[in-house]
Write a protein that binds this ligand. Structure first.
Ligand SMILES: N[C@@H](CCC(=O)N[C@@H](CS)C(=O)NCC(=O)O)C(=O)O
Ligand SMILES: N[C@@H](CCC(=O)N[C@@H](CS)C(=O)NCC(=O)O)C(=O)O
Ligand code: FES
Lengths: 104, 104
C-alpha cells in the first residue's frame, strides 16, 4: 500500500516517468527516445533498488497490468512499454500528447 | 579453461548459437529472427544456469570482447549482438552467410 502510494505520487509529480533497468536495451531505447525529443524523463532504475526494486515491479504490475520494463507513464497516465511508446511516436501521437500536457 | 573449451565446442557443433537471457527482449528478437528465416538456433539461456551462467558470460567476453547478450555465433564465427545480426539481415548478408555454410 505504501509503495502503491509512492508510485502514484511519483507519476503525478513528474510529467514523464520511466521504470527501467540499467542493463536493459529496451529501457535504454525508450530513455533516449524522450531525450531525443527534448524531454527529460524521471527514471527509476529498478535493478539498483535491490529487494525494493523487485517489490516495486510487482506493485507496478498490480497497478498497470504490466509486469515488464520499461514501464512508461506520461502525465500520470500509464502508456505501456518500449514498443507502445515507439509506436505512439511513429503515429505522431507522442509529441501531441506531450504538448497537450505542456511538457514540450 | 574448461568453460572456454565448452564454448568452442558448442559453437563448432551447431551452425547457429545464441547465448541469451529468457527475460531479454533483444534476445527474443534475435531468436525469432532466425526462426522467421527458417533456421533453428541452438540457444543457451544464461539466466537459467545460475552461477555457471555468470561465468559463461565472462568467458564469452574474454573470447569475443562482447560482454552483453544476445551473443550470436554462425558457423563457429562470432557475429555480434542483436543490432549486428539485424543489420546483417537488412543488408542481405545474413541469408548469404547461412547459405554459404549450407545452413539454409
Ligand atoms: N513489448 C514489451 C517487452 C517488455 C519486456 O519483455 N521486457 C523485459 C525486458 S526487455 C522484461 O521486463 N523482462 C522481465 C524482467 O526484466 O523482469 C516492450 O516493448 O516494452
Ligand atoms: N547493441 C547490443 C546491446 C546489447 C546489450 O546491451 N545487452 C544487454 C541486455 S539488452 C546486456 O547484456 N546487459 C547486461 C546483462 O544482461 O548482463 C545488441 O544489439 O545486442
Ligand atoms: S533486457 Fe535485453 S532488451 Fe531488455
Amino acid at each position: 500500500a505504501r509503495m502503491e502510494e509512492s508510485v502514484k505520487k511519483t507519476v503525478s509529480e513528474h510529467p514523464v516517468v520511466i521504470y527501467s533497468k540499467t542493463w536493459c536495451s529496451y529501457s535504454s531505447e525508450v530513455k533516449s527516445l524522450f531525450k531525443r525529443i527534448g524531454v527529460e524523463p524521471h527514471v527509476i532504475e529498478l535493478d539498483q533498488l535491490g529487494a525494493q526494486g523487485t517489490q516495486l515491479q510487482r506493485v507496478l504490475e498490480m497497478l498497470t497490468g504490466q509486469s515488464t520494463v520499461p514501464n512508461v507513464f506520461i502525465g500520470g497516465k500509464h502508456i505501456g512499454g518500449c514498443s507502445d511508446t515507439i509506436k505512439l511516436h511513429q503515429d505522431g501521437e507522442l509529441k501531441k500528447l506531450l504538448s497537450e500536457l505542456n511538457i514540450t
